[in-house]
Design a protein around this ligand. Structure first.
Ligand code: NAD
Ligand code: MG
Length: 396
């Protein structure tokens, strides 16, 4: 998009300044890998995380950002004087983070806080017309139409980091929007793709956290085991690419090499392939509309490569059906599904819910909520809190 090209051109003489929101997480640390290997093309201007001050201090000593934000105020207060390098300032709290994200110095924002907690700072970046590399899919799941409309008004650019959406973004360049027949998101199928169905109820957090192909944070790893991650990604794709829900489909692809596919009206299917390594979609979102050499792993065609695809088993993965339904309904459905799932995953990890209760709980909360087709941000925040409370009541 034109504003990305201008942003890159305007900053070509100096490093592109990046705000990394959620720098201590899985996407955050991969982003730092990309920045550190960019030979000065990028620099970290701001690093932010919740409360993992040890990792933040270590990152700050290496990258020497202008700002470190510890969102949890008590954790920020635990940092003694001299913990951060000279020239790096400390701020704390959600509002300070939103203010700093809007600063003129910020060229690109990597939105990689996990869950609904990422909404406020991503919204601040959109309001300020920034170029946002969006890993926090929850922002679009909760408030897709509002976010996309606001981005259009402010000139903000949203570039997907989610590997499926990065693949779709790349494949869509092969045709016009009105020539798209279908968008097919790939899913690995997670650790329980072939586990006997009648044993799923007794799956433990430890088993669900053992993902066969991707190394990710705990919340999204559980979402991959239930395939709720694909449900959230269907909703994310609906708003990000402006396509009706009927044009979205899912295929299970255990090798995680094909990251998604776009079928055009003439029957051509365009896919993006690479090993499962998030550093590539992160780098793509940082360098777009250009490409540069990078550190992500590469495919090796001198070795045999087998790629398999199968339709998702909806009895095993009822979450996928919920994702299709919520994508079709729009309005408050995505926000409620997301909040109920976050609370249910926390309940599962704490031993209060069984694995199969996660999707069941989400379906019940979704059914019971009072649907609104065009919610405000305030209504979305209210329903997010309501859905969490519902899950807490049922699982206590
Ligand atoms: P993670 O759990 O590894 O890291 C989460 C980060 O968010 C940490 O830095 C943490 O400090 C920060 N954080 C948590 N709560 C916060 C709060 N209340 N305020 C401020 N910061 C807070 O998560 P992750 O796997 O890196 O995922 C991050 C986001 O990227 C999620 O939205 C996820 O769906 C998305 N995503 C991740 C991957 C992946 O490979 N890990 C792939 C695609 C999309
Ligand atoms: Mg993904």
């Amino acid at each position: 998009m034109p504003c990305s090209a201008q942003a890159i051109a305007a900053t070509a003489a100096r490093p592109v300044r990046v705000a990394v929101l959620g720098s201590t997480g899985s996407i955050g640390t991969s982003t730092i890998d990309v920045i550190e290997s960019s030979a000065g093309r990028f620099e970290a201007w701001l690093l932010a995380a919740h409360r993992s001050v040890g990792t933040l201090v270590e990152q700050a000593r290496r990258l020497r950002p202008a700002w470190v934000v510890v969102v949890d105020e008590a954790a920020a207060a635990s940092l003694g004087p001299g913990a951060l390098p000279a020239g790096t300032r400390l701020a704390s709290g959600r509002e300070a983070l939103a203010d700093l994200v809007r600063a003129d110095d910020v060229d690109r924002v990597v939105s990689a806080i996990v869950g609904a907690a990422g909404l406020d700072s991503t919204w601040a970046a959109i309001e300020a017309g920034k170029t946002v590399a969006l890993a926090n899919k929850e922002t679009l799941v909760m408030a897709g139409p509002l976010v996309m409309r606001r981005a259009e008004e402010t000139g903000a650019t949203i570039l997907p980091v989610d590997s499926e959406h990065s693949a779709i973004h790349q494949a869509l360049a092969s045709g016009r929007h009105d020539e798209v027949q279908r968008i097919v998101l790939t899913a690995s199928g997670g650790p329980f793709r072939t586990r006997p169905l009648d044993t799923l109820g007794s799956a433990t957090p430890e088993e669900a956290l053992r993902h066969p192909t991707w190394s990710m944070g705990p919340k999204i790893t559980i979402d991959s085991a239930t395939m709720m991650n694909k449900a959230l990604e269907l909703i994310e794709a609906r708003w990000l690419f402006g396509v009706p829900a009927e044009k979205l489909a899912v295929t299970v692809h255990p090798q995680s090499i094909v990251h998604s596919l776009v079928e055009f009206v003439d029957g051509s299917v365009i896919a993006q392939l690479s090993p499962p390594d998030m550093r590539l979609p992160i780098q793509y979102a940082l360098t777009h509309p250009r490409r540069t050499a990078g550190i992500a792993r590469r495919l090796d065609f001198t070795r045999p490569l087998t790629l398999e695809f199968e339709p998702p088993d909806l009895d095993r993965f009822p979450a996928v059906r919920l994702g299709h339904e919520a994508a079709a309904r729009g309005g408050t459905a995505g926000c409620v599904l997301n909040a109920a799932n976050e609370a249910a995953v926390a309940g599962f990890l704490a031993g209060r819910l069984r694995f199969t209760d996660i999707a069941d709980t989400c379906a019940r909360v979704l059914d019971r909520h009072s649907f609104t087709a065009e919610p405000t941000l305030e209504q979305i925040r209210g329903l997010d809190a309501w859905a969490r409370q519902e899950v807490a009541t049922w699982s206590s």
